[in-house]
Design a protein around this ligand. Structure first.
Ligand SMILES: NC(=O)c1ccc[n+]([C@@H]2O[C@H](COP(=O)([O-])OP(=O)(O)OC[C@H]3O[C@@H](n4cnc5c(N)ncnc54)[C@H](OP(=O)(O)O)[C@@H]3O)[C@@H](O)[C@H]2O)c1
Length: 429
């Protein structure tokens, strides 16, 4: 078969990694799939930038890449949701399969894009959008397709995992750990997408699409990042036998609802997910037939992302050659809705800062009792005469709305000195 022509729209960190890795990968794709890929057009924003290894001079107009008759597959590597959406739409109108690493595009505009692609019969491949080198979307689409997924947990933002690992190992606060991540190139200058949990929520939404055929409306996905996490909570969590990770949760609730959220979460220190450190990612899921399955690997970076992009390119090229169908998304998700956040049931960690006086513990325990929330553990460090002391509760499963009611009641007491810190707890499979 002649080589398949690919057009890159965007050639930054990920695109230049793809360019660098293509020659060796081509040898393997040829040997294993009988497929060869060739870069035939590239668009970038700044033509003056030095770029190593590009086989052809880039252009500034991405439309020229898509309309180039030698380009059969379009690879969108711009990022963002605006221009990238136009690129995706143009590739679909041109009938050219689209490969993308762009989780924001899929999560925020997939509800527009996927029907367009389905109507046109043009496949979209997006393995690289979630957990870089871990082929988790393919596992959901293929290897686990006969399973009911009972739940999925993910550590899917390497920047946050690096920062949390530093905080846990060194007892440091968030700010110095973030600074360290920036110095090592693990965090962007604009850290909001990563640190505020949005990037992980994009990926959680895509995992939900693959798991249940339901792409949640992105603005309704509850997201909390790690910016306000205090070193003392990392330390209290450890004393209780837990580690704090930025955790994405995707799970069914009854027959027609799903819970999707991202938040800093206590997970048992003995669980394998707790041993996933630094920029590594992990996805742990439970299938009704497979039982627990866990994937760990590099979640980002040019090489790990190339691994997913090249696999998708191989599949897209086979689609063109063999007329094989594109990636199938599970059907039946159109009746599913997100649960209301207050209906979420789970365990919670709550730290109050209270006046150091007798009877405080009993008063707060009484309020939890009124809301029928059981207490599993309490940490009550000695105050040594300080004006306020932390009082930490690890709670039995409760509805979030009941928990919020109880916390609000405690915060009205004169003994309460500061807003409570609430964190989720997941005991995992
Ligand atoms: N970085 C990772 O490890 C990673 C991992 C997984 C997924 N992703 C996703 O991969 C995508 C690309 O990420 P990246 O890190 O490679 O981003 P990046 O380094 O910022 O690269 C973006 C590229 O797009 C080009 N570009 C931007 N707007 C353009 C326009 N209107 N017309 C033509 N070219 C334009 C830029 O041109 P210039 O070079 O001239 O600036 C640059 O080459 C994003 O969706 C990201 O979320 C990234």
């Amino acid at each position: 078969m002649d080589k398949v022509g690919i057009g890159l729209v965007g050639c930054g960190t990920v695109g230049s990694g793809l360019v660098r890795n293509l020659p060796e990968a081509n040898r393997l794709l040829q040997q294993r799939l009988g497929i060869g890929l060739e870069i035939r057009a590239v668009a970038v924003r700044d033509l003056a930038k030095q770029r190593e290894g590009l086989p052809i001079p880039p252009v500034a107009d991405w439309k020229a890449v898509i309309s180039n008759p030698a380009v059969q597959i379009v690879v969108e590597l711009l990022g963002g949701t605006k221009d990238s959406f136009e690129v995706a739409k143009a590739a679909i109108s041109a009938g050219k399969p689209l490969v993308t690493a762009n989780k924001a595009l899929l999560a925020e505009r997939g509800q527009e894009l996927i029907p367009l692609a389905q109507k046109a019969g043009v496949p979209i491949y997006f393995e690289a959008s979630v957990a870089g080198g871990i082929p988790v979307l393919k596992a959901l689409r293929e290897g686990l397709v006969a399973n009911q997924l009972l739940g999925l947990h993910g550590i899917i933002n390497g920047t946050c995992n690096y920062i949390l690992s530093r905080m846990a190992e060194e007892g440091s606060d968030f700010a110095p750990a973030l600074q360290q991540a920036k110095e090592l190139g693990y965090a962007e200058a604009d850290d909001r997408l990563d640190v505020d949990g949005i990037d992980a929520a994009h990926k959680a939404a895509i995992l939900c699409l693959l798991a249940y055929g339901f792409l949640p409306p992105f603005p309704k996905v509850p997201v909390e990042g790690i910016r306000s996490l205090a070193a003392q909570d990392v330390s209290f969590a450890r004393q209780l036998g837990y580690t704090i990770k930025l955790l994405a949760v995707v799970r069914p609730v009854g027959a027609d609802r799903a819970e999707v959220r991202v938040s800093p979460t206590l997970i048992p220190a003995r669980h394998p997910m707790a041993a996933v450190h630094g920029v590594f990612n992990a996805v742990s899921l439970v299938g009704n037939l497979s039982g627990p399955v866990q994937f760990t690997g590099r979640g980002a970076g040019p090489d790990a992302t190339s691994s997913a992009l090249l696999a998708d390119l191989g599949e897209a090229a086979r689609h063109l050659r063999d007329k094989s169908p594109g990636p199938v998304l599970p059907a039946g998700g159109d009746k599913i809705r997100l649960i209301e956040p207050g209906d979420s049931v789970g365990r919670f960690y709550v730290r109050f800062d209270v006046r150091d006086q007798p009877g405080v513990l009993a008063q707060i325990a009484g309020i939890f009792g009124t809301e029928k929330i059981g207490i599993s553990s309490v940490l009550q460090p000695e105050g040594h005469g300080a004006d306020s002391v932390p009082l930490v509760f690890l709670l039995e499963p409760a509805k979030e709305s009941s928990l919020q009611k109880a916390v609000a009641a405690v915060q009205k007491l004169p003994l309460n000195r500061a807003p409570a810190r609430i964190l989720r707890v997941e005991d995992l499979a």
